[in-house]
Design a protein around this ligand. Structure first.
Ligand code: SIN
Ligand code: MN
Length: 211
């Protein structure tokens, strides 16, 4: 069901893969453009950076955050911080992004954090769990904008079989309940499949309750 349908019912995902809910086409083009404009404002204050993993490997995505807390990685480890590496307080989570959380999360509590990942060219994200949060009873909600991304879903532990699905601009993914700690990643993006981002590429916005 799309967001504009008025009935006061829990929206239903279009696809469920191993408990991961996918709401395909949740945002239409106008919604996506409005969201993108708000993300541009965030990035003005909290610029995208290309982080390194704790072992010192450069990540292929560029990253920043909005919200009370931002997820960062550097030689000091994976963690949440109250400020951008440049010392700035993270900007607020944009209203259009927060509205998606309110619609699909089923959570009475709002997100503390919105991680913003930009995939340009060959950027990808290896299989991992989201587990730097204190309480896994809250879901993770993520929004895809721009080029298609091949989302891979594994298991609750590393290894085993996987499944994949192409995420398109405007799709929303919810990892909650038994799927909250599922391994997931982005194999690759389909360059030029969307005209949304002027510089090309894919944006992913991931909201989480942290504390
Ligand atoms: C992530 O898991 O951090 C990113 C997922 C995505 O880009 O869709
Ligand atoms: Mn993740």
């Amino acid at each position: 069901m799309r967001k504009n349908d008025e009935e006061a019912v829990t929206p239903q995902p279009t696809v469920v893969l191993r408990g991961v809910q996918v709401f395909q086409g949740w945002l239409d083009r106008a919604d996506q453009l409005a969201m993108l404009a708000q993300i541009r404002d965030v990035v003005q204050v909290a610029p995208l950076v290309q982080p390194v993993t704790p072992s010192g490997r450069k990540m292929s995505v560029q990253m920043t955050s909005a919200g009370k807390l931002g997820w960062i990685t550097d030689r000091g480890g994976y963690r949440y911080e109250t400020t951008h590496p440049n010392g700035t307080t993270w900007p607020e989570i944009p209203s259009t992004v927060r509205a998606v959380w309110d619609a699909v999360s089923g959570s009475s509590r709002g997100p503390d954090s919105c991680l913003i990942n930009l995939y340009r060219e060959a950027a990808k994200m290896g299989l991992h769990q989201d587990r730097n949060e204190a309480d896994f009873s809250y879901p993770v909600v993520s929004i895809s904008l721009g080029d298609d991304g091949l989302f891979r879903i594994g298991n609750m532990t590393r290894g085993g079989t996987t499944e994949k699905i192409w995420l398109k601009s405007g799709d929303v993914v919810v990892m909650g309940g038994d799927a909250r700690l599922i391994f997931h990643g982005i194999d690759k993006t389909r360059l030029g499949s969307s005209t949304l981002l002027s510089g090309g590429g894919r944006l992913n916005l991931t909201m989480r309750v942290v504390t």
